[in-house]
Design a protein around this ligand. Sequence first.
Ligand code: GLY
Ligand code: MN
Ligand code: MN
Length: 416
Amino acid sequence: MNARWIAALAAGVLAATRPGPPSLAAEPVPVERLAARRAALFDRLGTGMAIIRSAEVRSMAVHHPQDSDYREDNNFFYLTGLEAPGATLLLVARDSEADQAILYIRDRAELSRLTGIRDIRPSAGSEAEIRSLVLAARSPARMGGLYLQREQQTAGAWDRVEVEDLEPGMAALRLVKDGEELARLRRATDITTEALREAMQAARPGMWEYELEATIEYAFRRRGAERVGFPSIVGSGPNSTTLHYDKGRRQTRPGDLVVMDVGAEFGYYTSDVTRTIPISGRFTPRQRQLYDLVLATQQTAIDSVRPGTTLGELNRVARNYMRRHSGKLCGRSTCDRFFVHGLSHWLGMDVHDVGSFATPLAPGMVLTVEPGIYLVDEEVGIRIEDVVLVTEAGREVLSNAAPRTADGVEREMLGG
Ligand code: GLY
Ligand code: MN
Ligand code: MN
């Protein structure tokens, strides 16, 4: 080996041992937050028990042959901050005595410190113990997803107990985000808008949809996102008009529009942002007219976000605006006929997050606003989607960092 090689090798070893940048990955949920969430659930329960199981480990053989990525059950994570297969959380809310939290879990090291739950017990034998605690308490038992399903399957096991579904109560809690949840949603959204900007800068006619998708998902992971919150949608030309297109196998052609509907998941919270770009860098005059109508519709709906209104009312506002401003753009029909999906959904631990659509908006709720126009015959699909936080004063758009106007998108594609 010559000296040059030895020097190169040494440099390689040095580079490998030099400390890298600090980790960007999500930190644990602060224990005071977890305790406050459990206290809020105790308040709702009044008296009774709640039983929340952790997620099942996905079986490589049966469930997800190509996916062994463990993701915790949302409600279990919300209340414990843990990823712990085989665990059960039992919450006992009483009138006369102090509320009680018991965590049944396989590996108990460190867990009191992480969760703020003092009573931690081994999960072996927990089913029988929980059953006898519930029977002895003679109060209603609220059960979450997996537990409730199992209860329904094993007829008789809970015969003498009043069993209720825990989900509506959990959904009401999760609908209003606490500070820790908002910090995670902001981070997930920042990561997503940065990735969209990188994709806008990289986009060229002739690229394959999967190349744009890979650009976006690489940008997610490089910033500490654990995974995508939902399969990335990158649809060009005819595929821009397919709502949940996630094949990503078409090669783009000059003049195509590309719908990029993506969301990074960070610390169990997912973003959901859509931008539509002209692959060649410039909208045609017709594409721009349609784009501007979608944008103005979206802005009208965003301006209407405030405490007390509802998702249904926002949807009406958006459709009315689009109808009244269509002119002849969409032929004999008005363009709202081609706005073929809902305007909004709740956003949080899931992309279509829990919570009733009828709930009036209140500060701390997070929704998407995402109008679109899809003209299949012209191979033109346009959707613009942003993440909106409801505030006392009205609203804050969390995803503003991704250019949204036609000019802004074109400028970003030229290199920012
Ligand atoms: N990305 C799915 C949706 O926008 O609802
Ligand atoms: Mn959405
Ligand atoms: Mn979306």
